[in-house]
Design a protein around this ligand. Sequence first.
Ligand SMILES: Cc1cc2nc3c(=O)[nH]c(=O)nc-3n(C[C@H](O)[C@H](O)[C@H](O)COP(=O)(O)OP(=O)(O)OC[C@H]3O[C@@H](n4cnc5c(N)ncnc54)[C@H](O)[C@@H]3O)c2cc1C
Length: 320
Amino acid sequence: MSEILVLAEHDGESVKKVTLELLTLARRFGEPAAVWLGGGAEAGRERLAEFGAAKVYVADGDGVTDYAVAPAAEVLASLVAQASPAAVLLAATGEGKEIAGRLAVKTGSGILTDAVDLTPGEDGPVAEQSIFGGAIVVKSRVRTGTPIVAVRPNAVSPEPSPGPAELAPVTVELSEAAKGARITDRVAQERSERPELTEASIVVSGGRGVGSSDNFALIEKLADSLGAAVGASRAATDAGWYPHQFQVGQTGKTVSPQLYLAVGISGAIQHRAGMQTAKTIMVINKDPEAPIFELADFGVVGDLFKVVPQLTEEIAKRKG
Ligand SMILES: Cc1cc2nc3c(=O)[nH]c(=O)nc-3n(C[C@H](O)[C@H](O)[C@H](O)COP(=O)(O)OP(=O)(O)OC[C@H]3O[C@@H](n4cnc5c(N)ncnc54)[C@H](O)[C@@H]3O)c2cc1C
């Protein structure tokens, strides 16, 4: 069975959820082989094994994690040459997409980004992408070289399936070009108790209808009752009611959760572009004509200041 390389995202010991999703997808086409850059592979190995990694290529030499982006592309390119994998899967994050682009150039391969699903086809993996602000869904496949596919977080639910995850050390000799941008400092992001926006299974977003930064406490309470991340429309972030890093949409983050709850958001095309691929969409809006209802699987026409507290209370009751 052909190998499918999966670039592991990790913090030096724990593996990010998106990597488990990529391993789950990789099992549809072949034998997943994780690629681990830097130290800590022993710590992450158990989790990779749980989700079916047959092998873990460990590249931990020549300062591979001391430089931005380029070393990852070089390591992957040398593994593509050595192992002739049937595909390479990466997370469609900013960094993942940049590595994927560089890898495509180095290997003379085709690349697909922002895939929301990946299925086996006669001539290799077929990726589903949501384009033109989410208005159209297209299916594509790579016809040249090794398919390189950047998949959005939450494209699939990670499913365990044990694998041996044998550690396979890789010799790294970086070119001078790969050492162009040295990382001089790393600052741990302040983390809230909430899940990371792009990885969360549930996202509760507030828009202009929320009315003020103080009122965002309502959105946060609802999110916390569901174990969800909080998002916001650009109208809300531009007004300074919620930090920009939580903006969902064309010029913000792209999310693809199992459940997206849009509260006081009208559904402008630029907002839809960031959330349209959510599996289930629920809307709370007082205007029954708001365009966001076109996307909704469930909609409540009502005043959010009445609906949200009742919803939060009901969820808390049901959770006992
Ligand atoms: C180049 C460009 C890029 C952009 N990028 C983004 C982006 O990344 N993300 C993004 O979100 N936008 C983006 N925008 C802005 C976008 O066009 C919209 O202006 C924005 O999404 C509107 O935000 P909103 O839905 O919160 O506000 P509005 O459109 O004003 O909608 C507010 C909604 O709240 C409802 N409401 C009001 N009060 C209540 C209440 N008490 N209870 C229930 N409902 C209530 C109203 O009925 C209305 O539907 C971009 C625009 C441009 C031009």
